[in-house]
Design a protein around this ligand. Sequence first.
Ligand code: ZN
Length: 326
Amino acid sequence: MADKDFFKEPSAKEIRDLGLRGFSSNLVRNVERLYEDQGGVIELRLIPEGFDSGSKWMKHGEEVKLRRFRTLDDIAHVNPIELRREAFSKVGKRIWNQYSIRPVVGDRKTRRVSLVECIEGAKIFSYVHQTPQIGGNPSIDVETYADVERFAKGVAREGGEVIVTVPSRTEKESRYKFGFKAVPIVDNDAKWEIAYSLSSDHVCEHKRYQQIRFTGPDDQERSDVNDFCAHEIAGYFATIAYFMERGNMVPSDMNQFAIITQDGVDFYDRLGFNLLIKTPEDKRPRKLTVPEKVVMMGGYNRKRGHDKGFSGDLEEVKNYRWRSTE
Ligand SMILES: [Zn+2]
């Protein structure tokens, strides 16, 4: 297996060749029932009405807002996973594209996170731990300064700076090197506020695309948002692991990114390996787009609950089973 085959999915034709069972309701249950050698096709539009493309919906559709805090005194002293659990349990039947957080101080920009980017970030994290050396040993490198947490007052107040280098998922692209700011590192009261200010200077095709201004008459630029991508999430996961190895749990406790479980991976993999979609606009069944996978993971989350799919443990992510085209 070539190195980055880890990220390859079968083509629409290969899935068609499995034989297709069509369905247009009970989507989550029908997907869960697909065996590895069975194909399914969703005969339904998944992107909500009113959006002519999945990418527009990702930008302008409804997001799940985690509890907002107005002042430093307001901030609840609970770990971000509790706020995700709380917010996810309240969404009801709404179809949402990402969950979001907003800092109380600093740039005040809304940070948005899609479940699919969280899963893809976990997959990169698994990849560097599972792929044997084939012309190079993939890794996520984390650079910080020893002892910084003990004496730097700035780090205690505003979080630390961490530089990470993350592999890409395609043969063509090289590695991405970027810096995080506002990484909560010190175990103090300020960590609760720092956790909402995390940012990075990373740029990739995904991020660039999310920031393009649409020129349609109804479009407004969302310059007030920043969407985290899989590279940033993988980089943050590696940062958690780096500090954990040194006995510091703060980056883990303050983690803003949902960690997929093995059950969640098994569901997600079916979307790429067993499933096609045929909307009224499609001539023939095709692969799901990323926004359509986002809709399905939201449905899975609603149907099975936050903890079934998104209470994973990074130590276990290292050894997760991901389907491959082998
Ligand atoms: Zn990226």
